[in-house]
Every structure is written in structure tokens, then in C-alpha cells.
Design a protein around this ligand. Structure first.
Ligand code: ZN
Length: 238
């Protein structure tokens, strides 16, 4: 992928290692700043940041405990000592950290604190923070300039809420989400998430964004959210 996409490849470190730490050490391993696999990851990521082949960390799952039956389900704090090590490194390179964290009062507090303590790190919330409300995200966006959210798994293909999509359905964008996006158009990115049994439905995910999400936005916001925000955030070539 990196060879094919060149400067448009978003080199991201850590997801594989995070899975391995979880498999070998359990949830307590994920928050241990001295875990040997974490230290190896940080070493490897440092080389990548230096070479420019790594731009951030992700997707790090801290709380996905409602993914019932999932072998990767866990619930740890987003603000934990191991995560802070990744933030420290990302901060040196103006990088990003993408986190899959379900909304909870603790999670909202943790994200706000991390964003405040690491102002040079851009936080990308996977799936626009599962189970969050537009009101909660507005609170995050209004209080911190360095919090973003990506819209994977929020439409009809994933249908996570059983109502045809959490943010948008085949009828367009849910009105409260649309108001949030129009209020904070710089904070949204597209995403697909062809994971977990949906690997063969990537094209459908792209098409639902093209047909049901983007056309429901004001024209001047469509390009921003389709790619311009990402070009800027990940320092890609337009
Ligand atoms: Zn995820």
C-alpha cells in the first residue's frame, strides 16, 4: 500500500502490536508503559516517524466492550500510562493518535485531558466515538482544537443501531448529526471500516458515503469532509 500510494499513504503504527499485547498480556498489559511489546512498538514507530513512513498511531482500541462476543472486547481507560507514551512520541512529530473508545463520562474526560496535555497531537476518534451523542462530541470539539472524528461504521452497511445507520441512513444524515457536522465541518473525516465480517463490502461502504452521506451536506462542505480535512490532518499531497 505504501509503495502504491506514496505520499498519500497514511502510515499508522500500533494496531497489530496492540492486539498482540492484548492476546499475550490481557487488558492490564495494554496500560503498562514498560510492556516489552509496547517498547518494541515505540522503537519501531520512532524509526517510522523519523523516516516519514509513520504519521501516527492507531487504531488503538481502549473501550469496545459493547462489541459483544468480540474476541478483542476490552475496557481500559483511554488516558493510561502506555497510551501517554504513544502520545509523547506522536507529539514530537506533530502526529496523530486514532482511538476506538466507546462514549462514557470517563472516556469523555480522558479524551479532553489527553487533548489538553498533548496539544500537538491530533486525536482521531474512530467511528465518531461509538455510542456518543452529537451533544457530547460538540462538547469535545468546542473545548479542544485537536479532536477529530471519522465516520466509518456509522451508515447503513454497518447499521450498528439497527435503525439503518447511526449518523446517516439511506435517507440522508440524521438531523442532530447534520447540525453537528455543519457546526464543526473541519473535524470530520470519511471512513469505511471493512472489518469483522464485512471485508467484502468495502465498495458498498464507499458508495453509501457517496450516495447517502456527502450529497446530504451543503456543497461547500462536501470536499472538505470528503478529503480536504484528511489532506490537511495527515499532511497528504492533494
Ligand atoms: Zn474500531
Amino acid at each position: 500500500m505504501a509503495a502504491k500510494l506514496g505520499e498519500n499513504y497514511i502510515g499508522t503504527a500500533g494496531q497489530l502490536e496492540y492486539f498482540l499485547i492484548f492476546r499475550d498480556y490481557g487488558p492490564s498489559g495494554l496500560i503498562d508503559p514498560e510492556n516489552p511489546l509496547l517498547l518494541k512498538l515505540l522503537e519501531k514507530a520512532l524509526i517510522g516517524f523519523e523516516k516519514g513512513t509513520v504519521k501516527g498511531f492507531g487504531e488503538m482500541h481502549t473501550d469496545n466492550h459493547n462489541d459483544l462476543g468480540s474476541k478483542i472486547a476490552r475496557a481500559i481507560r483511554a488516558d493510561n500510562p502506555a497510551m501517554r507514551k504513544m502520545f509523547q512520541l506522536a507529539s514530537r512529530y506533530d502526529g496523530f493518535v486514532q482511538i476506538h473508545v466507546e462514549s462514557s463520562p470517563q472516556a469523555l474526560e480522558d479524551i479532553l485531558r489527553l487533548a489538553l496535555d498533548f496539544p500537538r497531537v491530533n486525536i482521531v476518534l474512530s467511528h465518531c466515538m461509538p455510542r456518543s451523542t452529537p451533544v457530547q462530541l460538540a462538547e469535545l470539539f468546542a473545548n479542544r482544537p485537536n479532536i477529530y472524528c471519522e465516520l466509518s461504521a456509522t451508515g447503513p452497511v454497518h447499521d450498528v443501531n439497527g435503525k439503518g445507520g447511526r449518523v446517516f441512513t439511506r435517507d440522508g444524515i440524521e438531523p442532530r448529526w447534520k447540525s453537528l457536522i455543519v457546526r464543526f465541518p473541519d473535524r470530520f473525516l470519511l471512513g469505511t471500516d471493512p472489518c469483522c465480517g464485512l471485508e467484502n463490502r468495502y465498495d458498498e461502504m464507499v458508495n453509501e458515503l457517496r450516495n447517502h452521506f456527502l450529497p446530504a451536506l451543503p456543497v461547500d462542505l462536501q470536499e472538505k469532509i470528503a478529503f480536504k480535512n484528511a489532506v490537511q490532518l495527515f499532511r497528504l499531497k492533494e
